[in-house]
Design a protein around this ligand. Structure first.
Ligand code: KPL
Length: 289
């Protein structure tokens, strides 16, 4: 991996995309947003409590790229990943560093050239709002990993990105977040309720239990070290985000496509070769696709 600072191209200028671009810029990295159209510049306001700061990014249309990409940040909603990556295909190569900042798993499967370096991430930070104003409600832990070693510039980035950690084997952390999203997001989207309702509503609690049992049975088959017992963790997240509208509920309220395929659909794809059925997850995928 190169030790000079890469030039990043960003796909997805939503909440997590702009927050990540901000931290990278603070650490001296340059970031260009890839967006369709002729905009030359993207301006956003990031609000951190009482403080706010302005983020300015140069913008380029992906169809106008002329040289291979050094580094790509993928922060778009998962249903749009394939379309966003298509115009980049000629410019991705085995030395391109890709960092995926998305909910769910597997959205980049089959879309990157062989040998390309992919860093996966898990974040518990929360950003609300809609462009041009993004309110950073919680700067919590973020893990990058999935590779034995971080890039050389990673420790310097940690100075500017609060609670950013490296974890070579991220799989359990990713699965933990996947199960949280596979339970809270579809149930709150379907019933149009805040996350906290899951903890108090008997019928939703029973569904959450069934979804966790199916996910735990699958993940334990894949890895005997998987701790199982996901329900307490899911309920703890539902409690700490009690007043939140989950991202899937928000997508549904706006009439947008949901991320169900990269979340519950991903679990179904893991289960299939093992001959396992996850009927509660399958039902949610059918309803929310
Ligand atoms: O990640 C989330 C989401 O909404 O996508 C949770 C943790 C459920 C918080 O709302």
């Amino acid at each position: 991996m190169k030790d000079t600072l890469p030039h990043w191209y960003l796909i997805g200028t939503g909440n997590i995309g702009v927050l990540s671009a901000h931290y990278l810029q603070q650490a001296g990295h340059s970031v260009t947003a890839l967006r369709p159209g002729d905009h030359a510049i993207l301006q956003r306001e990031l609000v951190f409590g009482e403080q706010s700061c302005r983020l300015t990014l140069p913008v380029m249309d992906a169809n106008r790229l002329v040289r291979p990409l050094d580094a790509l940040l993928v922060a778009c909603k998962t249903p749009f990943t394939r379309d966003a990556l298509l115009p980049l295909q000629p410019w991705l190569h085995q030395d391109t560093l890709v960092v995926r900042l998305q909910n769910g798993m597997g959205a980049l499967d089959g879309l990157l050239p062989d040998g390309c370096t992919l860093i996966e991430t898990v974040t518990t930070s929360a950003v609300k709002g809609r462009p041009p104003r993004h309110q950073v409600v919680a700067e919590n832990d973020t893990w990058w990993g999935g590779l034995p070693q971080p890039p050389d510039w990673f420790p310097a980035l940690q100075q500017h990105w609060p609670d950013l950690h490296w974890q070579a084997d991220l799989r359990h952390r990713q699965w933990q977040k996947l199960v949280v999203n596979a339970v809270i997001n579809p149930l709150t989207a379907l019933h149009d309720v805040d996350n906290g309702v899951l903890v108090n509503d008997t019928a939703l609690l029973a569904q959450a239990g069934a979804l966790c049992r199916e996910a735990d049975a699958l993940l334990s088959r894949l890895d005997p070290h998987w701790p199982g017992d996901s329900l307490p963790n899911v309920l703890a997240v539902a409690r700490t985000t009690a007043g939140n509208t989950s991202s899937m509920r928000a997508d549904r309220q706006r009439g947008n496509r949901t991320e169900i395929d990269a979340i519950n659909g991903y679990l179904l794809r893991l289960a299939e070769p093992l001959g396992m059925d996850l009927p509660h997850h399958r039902q949610l995928v059918r309803t929310l696709s």
